[in-house]
Design a protein around this ligand. Structure first.
Ligand SMILES: *Cc1c(COP(=O)(O)O)cnc(C)c1O
Length: 571
């Protein structure tokens, strides 16, 4: 599948605070960065003219250490850009707090299936011309205070636009803001529309000219997840004239610059990242038309070698065109079982290597790996330890593999990790629970593919999409999940997996959700796994054919082309 051929499409400049281009480049923290990397990989496969812009994050996100009680500590994840990226010559100057700051870029080339490449530009302020503090602006992903964050967002948005110019890449461009962090790019575009030195507020035509160039994807149904900066900080960092300009364009809400409102105001196309999330976002921002394009994952990246080999044998077209995964329905169940058994053995030997602990390959293995934070409720499975133990004794054994980092300042997330450790200690050998340190892309790929059941327990409606369940589906691993995010669409009960708390209208209730989780495990999933392997294999196969074929970034990028990038004048 290629959309390149006869579309004369503008280049899409995809701005994202984090982009996960490969496991060895630790410039991502979680879902947002993985999605950005998967998007650019699929754009390269499809031949879509696209480039990525992000920050270099020399100190990485962080390396996670967990002690015996599950207390997390962090250290810098140092890496050498020189080994992985190509430094580019031009530098540009932006203004922060009235002083000049030099920015340069490093390039990484994503090579697509068709040979098309998508470059990613990593912005860097570590230049000897800059003051010592300014050299650190592009060091830490999501580190530091509001001042640090705002300086980073000036580098990403305004520095990004200046660099594209310096590289001669600002001809016919569509600017795609992946979350609001990069919304200051619209300020740079607006200044280009306005007469130099003017003191007047922008005209509606000038604003409209910027809007026609911009697309915005919002990712966060939680208001606290939207960046805001107090007026005095804004004025200090960007200067009074620019601050007043932003106020005149209605980007300030109650005296604070709100990056989401700024992006909403200046985008001609806005979308949420799953159908349900589109509705939730529309409720949050009723004055804006909000569409929905459901997330996906880059299929060849997240398919384990065992399944990739199986697909290559039966449906070799799957790499070029992911829709061919629909025909996994014709693959025999024993072959599906065999590929999964291979992925499971790989995971369990990695568990042994890392922890010294032995997990058994004929025990139903539950996986739960994602960012550790309160609303994801890592501990819901342990709501009633006695019931869990009794189930494991009566119906069949269970073992659980966890992974996930908490943001260094997210106390709720750190508490989640400690609770998993406490439950693991209490359960002992009755239900073996392991928590793998330093969850990253490589570990994610192993866990999603190697477990038997992917568990997801967010507090509705806070999961915008979620993508790890999609990685699992590509590997024939069904989900047991709260009906939120993508699972509202991907779930067909007892066909692609199972739901927790099927009543969609009420907000999640801890006790009820836990009871539903246990009921599904005890009455449906465990009996099937232990009593009807063929039935379980059928569910694996439907997960691939129905969900793997659809919840991938190849379908997603094609939808962005059709709905967001191509229409020149949609409002
Ligand atoms: C896929 C992935 C995520 C996102 O998972 P969600 O289900 O969206 O929370 C986060 N971190 C890593 C390392 C991943 O591979």
């Amino acid at each position: 599948m290629s959309v390149r051929s006869n579309l004369s499409m503008a280049t899409v400049a995809y701005f994202s605070m984090e982009i996960g281009v490969e496991p060895e480049i630790p410039t991502y923290s979680g879902g947002l960065g993985i999605l950005a990397g998967d998007t650019l990989r699929s754009a390269a496969d499809l031949g879509v003219p696209m480039l990525g812009i992000t920050l270099l994050h020399r100190k990485g996100y962080f390396r996670q250490h967990l002690d015996a009680l599950g207390n997390q500590t962090e250290s810098a994840e140092l890496w050498n850009p020189e080994d992985m990226l190509e430094p580019l010559a031009p530098t540009v100057t932006i203004t922060i707090e009235g002083r000049p700051v030099q920015v340069r870029a490093w390039r990484y080339q994503i090579q697509g299936y068709s040979g098309h490449t998508v470059p990613v530009y990593f912005l860097d302020t570590r230049l000897p011309e800059n003051r010592a503090w300014d050299q650190t602006i592009t060091d830490h992903l999501y580190g530091g205070d509001d001042y640090y964050r705002l300086c980073q967002e000036v580098v990403l948005g305004m520095g990004g636009i200046a660099l594209l110019s310096a590289l001669g890449l600002d001809g016919k461009v569509i600017y795609h803001m992946n979350e609001g962090h990069s919304a200051l790019l619209t300020l740079a575009l607006l200044e280009r529309q306005m007469p130099p030195q003017t003191d007047q507020p922008p005209t509606e035509a000038e604003v409209e000219a910027v809007r026609q160039q911009c697309v915005f994807t919002t990712h966060t149904p939680v208001p606290a997840g939207h960046d805001q900066f107090p007026w005095d900080l804004l004025e200090r960092v960007v200067g009074r004239k620019r601050a007043v300009l932003l106020q005149a364009t209605e980007c300030c809400i109650m005296g604070r610059l709100n990056m989401t409102y700024m992006a909403l105001r200046f985008a001609r196309y806005i979308n949420g990242v799953a159908m349900r999330h589109g509705e939730v976002s529309h409720g949050m921002f009723p004055n804006y038309p909000i569409d929905a394009i459901t997330n996906g994952v880059h299929a060849p990246t997240w398919t384990s070698p065992a399944f990739a080999e199986l697909y290559d044998r039966h449906i070799p077209e799957w790499r070029q065109d992911n829709f061919y995964l629909r025909y996994a329905i014709g693959i025999s169940l024993p072959e599906i079982q065999e590929a999964h058994a291979w992925a499971k053995r790989e995971l369990l030997s990695e568990v042994q290597r890392r922890t010294g602990g032995h997990l058994s390959d004929n025990v139903l293995t539950i996986g739960f790996a994602r960012r550790a934070t309160s609303y994801k409720r890592q501990d819901l499975l342990f709501y009633d330890l006695e019931r869990l133990k009794a189930m494991a004794q009566r119906v069949g054994r269970l073992q659980v593999i966890y992974g996930g980092k908490a943001h260094p300042r997210d106390e709720g997330g750190k508490e989640m990790i400690r609770r998993v450790f406490q439950a693991a200690a209490t359960l002992g050998d009755a239900v073996r629970v392991v928590y793998l340190e330093n969850y990253d892309m490589a570990l994610g790929k192993l866990i999603c593919a190697g477990v038997d059941l992917w568990l997801n327990t967010p507090l509705r409606p806070q999961e915008a999409s979620g993508t790890s369940g999609m990685k699992a589906a590509l590997n024939g691993v069904p989900s047991l999940s709260v009906l939120d995010g993508w699972w509202v669409e991907g779930h067909v009960e007892e066909v692609t997996g199972w739901s927790i708390g099927a009543d969609l209208k009420t907000p999640g209730d801890q006790a009820r959700d836990a009871a539903s989780l246990y009921d599904q495990l005890e009455r449906v999933i465990m009996p099937k796994y232990y009593g009807n392997q063929t039935g379980y294999a059928q569910i694996r196969r439907y997960a691939i054919a129905l969900n793997g074929s659809f919840f991938n970034t190849q379908r997603m990028v094609s939808q962005y082309v059709v709905n967001a990038y191509l229409p020149p004048n949609r409002n």
